[in-house]
Write a protein that binds this ligand. Structure first.
Ligand code: DGL
Length: 283
């Protein structure tokens, strides 16, 4: 089988890059839903329907496991699909397919606590508040998924979310870096004034933003730790395969890139990030 990696566009390549590095002998099919990007401003029902269609497409391409390399799809659609669609779809296909998201691994990395952990209530007294900034799409921000899930585990972490409606489309279009730097600086300034001081740590909670991680680093105070989703997702997938030896990840011979949008090359911004020319086929 191949591992499918799905995003509304090129952002998931940030996760994909790390997965290819971590699983060099696995087969991979990447799908960018560029005909419908961005997802971040869409209503929830549309995000669910588009994510389901993307998963179906990847399963039809021979993937047994799909990683939603998209916070918006993971936060808004994943649970719904796991509960209401996947059980019946597995019976229909007659094989044990699965879909995994990237928010749980990120929260585990941010809190140092596994998913199953329910934080012990230690009373109201918190010695020192750790302020975590999450930059994300408007849909992810509105879902409050990071606030809710982190609060279940850690009362000493305060989460502030900054919606960045312009960034994923700008990165998708390959906007020049100086313009991206100015937009990112504006979001960092906005969240800093809302918090009243600089955050202690930050999550780039949209996979597109990882492509410009250096610009976030430059806009945040020097040394602000960033929690990297690609790394967290790759670590979680290693643990997943240990628990699920039934998934055979292939031979390393398949590396396909599909798009529902315009096939061919991506922008120079994306190619510079990827480190090699990339050519997409029509999905
Ligand atoms: N890359 C996506 C995410 O992680 C979605 C961006 C968008 O389509 O708005 O949320």
């Amino acid at each position: 089988m191949a591992i499918g990696v799905f995003d509304s566009g090129v952002g998931g390549l940030s996760v994909h890059h790390k997965l290819v590095e971590r699983f060099p002998t696995a087969d991979f099919v990447y799908l960018a839903d560029q005909a419908n990007t961005p997802y971040g401003g869409r209503p929830g029902e549309e995000i669910v329907a588009l994510t389901k269609a993307g998963c179906e497409r990847l399963f039809a391409e021979g993937c047994d496991l799909v990683v939603l390399a998209c916070n918006t799809a993971s936060g808004i659609a994943l649970r719904r699909l796991q509960q209401t669609w996947l059980p019946g779809y597995r019976r229909e296909l007659g094989r044990p397919v699965n879909v995994l998201g990237i928010i749980v691994p990120t929260i585990e990395a941010a809190t140092g606590l596994p998913w199953e952990h329910e934080a012990e209530r230690r009373g109201d007294k918190v010695e020192k508040l750790d302020i975590l900034a999450v930059f994300s799409t408007p849909a992810t921000t509105a879902s409050r998924v990071y606030e809710i899930e982190i609060d279940k585990r850690r009362q000493d972490v305060a989460v502030f979310s900054q919606p960045c409606p312009d960034l994923a489309p700008m990165i998708e279009q390959g906007t020049p870096r100086e313009e991206l730097a100015a937009a990112i600086a504006g979001h960092v300034k906005a969240i800093t004034s809302r918090i009243g001081r600089a955050p202690d740590r930050a999550i780039l909670g949209c996979t597109h933003y990882e492509i410009t991680a250096d610009l976030f680093r430059a806009a945040l105070p020097a040394g602000t730790p960033l929690i990297h989703q690609p790394q967290a997702t790759a670590d979680a997938l290693v643990r997943y395969f240990e628990r699920h030896p039934e998934f055979k990840t292939g031979t390393g011979s398949v590396r396909r890139f599909l798009t529902t949008g315009r096939p061919g090359a991506q922008s120079s911004l994306v190619e510079a990030f990827w480190g090699a020319p990339l050519s997409f086929e029509r999905a």
